[in-house]
Design a protein around this ligand. Structure first.
Ligand code: B12
Length: 216
């Protein structure tokens, strides 16, 4: 029987190989002994980060990244089916989540949505490349308690600030909390733009959302 470390390595290697079948096989094996969050964050996402490094160094090209992303998404889908569907309760909190304008990266954002949902929050995932105004409009429509903003590029980070500014203009900032995330976001950035919190990954997003919205 493979150790946990070996299984995590297998998951990561499978994503780097860009082979969907390999990712699916590794996920099926790992889910016997690990929780979905651990498989995603320590296995699949670790591989995806490595893909990013290889891309940056010119060792992998964009089509590889796209195929690797597709393979990772297939792995996450299997795990989603295993996660408690969570009967979303308005009492836990209503969250609008999306990736900001100009940014099509949505794997991490979608994992955050799934995990928040399975923790019991009512989540409205409004997709990727979402204009600032749409976040605020959706928050009004569903009477949101919090907006989650994902940005994966330094060039799209300012969109997070834009949403906070529009919330202020609309007189909604006191009522709607803002959580930011995505690889280039940091706690310092969150403080700078006046977000309520920053979370590094999906598990932390759940913990912080509970702290912010439920006080625990
Ligand atoms: C996969 C990928 C793609 C895929 C995206 C597929 C998809 N459907 O998402 C494709 C191939 C389409 C792509 C395209 C591009 N990409 Co790209 N991509 C990546 C890559 C390799 C991995 C991202 C990923 O999915 N990681 C795995 C997930 C699980 O992690 P994550 O997204 O970070 O999410 C976790 C946390 O950040 C956090 N989180 C995420 N969102 C949120 C939200 C909230 C509210 C919270 C609390 C937390 C949170 O929780 C998540 C789960 O734990 C990164 C490299 C990297 N290391 O990030 C580059 C990267 C982001 N891409 C990059 C670039 C440049 C591009 C392109 C411009 C390339 C090009 N020349 O065309 C285009 C962008 C097009 C656009 N307008 O958006 C650069 C960005 C550089 C920068 N300026 O900052 C990176 C960093 C690669 C690099 N090193 O150069 N890309």
């Amino acid at each position: 029987m493979a150790s946990k470390e070996e299984l995590l390595q297998e998951l990561s290697d499978a994503v780097i190989s860009c082979k969907k079948d390999r990712v699916i096989a590794a996920v099926e094996k790992a889910k016997e002994v690990m929780e979905p969050a651990e498989i995603i964050e320590k296995g699949l996402a670790a591989g995806m980060n490595q893909v990013g490094v290889l891309f940056e160094r010119g060792k992998l090209f964009l089509p590889h990244v796209m195929i690797a992303a597709d393979a990772m998404t297939a792995g996450v889908k299997i795990l989603e089916a295993d996660m408690p569907a969570g009967s979303p309760k308005k009492t836990m909190g209503v969250i609008v989540n999306g990736t900001v304008e100009g940014d099509v990266h949505d794997i991490g954002k979608s994992i955050v949505s799934t995990m928040l949902q399975s923790a019991g929050f009512e989540v409205h995932d409004i997709g990727r490349d979402v204009p600032i105004k749409n976040f605020v409009d959706k928050a009004k429509e569903v009477n949101a308690d919090m907006i989650g903003l994902s940005a994966l590029m330094t060039t799209t980070l300012p969109g997070q600030k834009g949403v906070i500014e529009l919330l202020k203009e609309e007189g909604m900032r006191e009522r709607v909390k803002v959580m930011v995330g995505g690889a280039p976001a940091t706690q310092a950035w969150a403080d700078k733009i006046g977000a309520d919190c920053y979370a590094e990954n999906a598990s932390e997003a759940v913990t912080k959302a509970k702290e912010l919205l439920l006080g625990k």
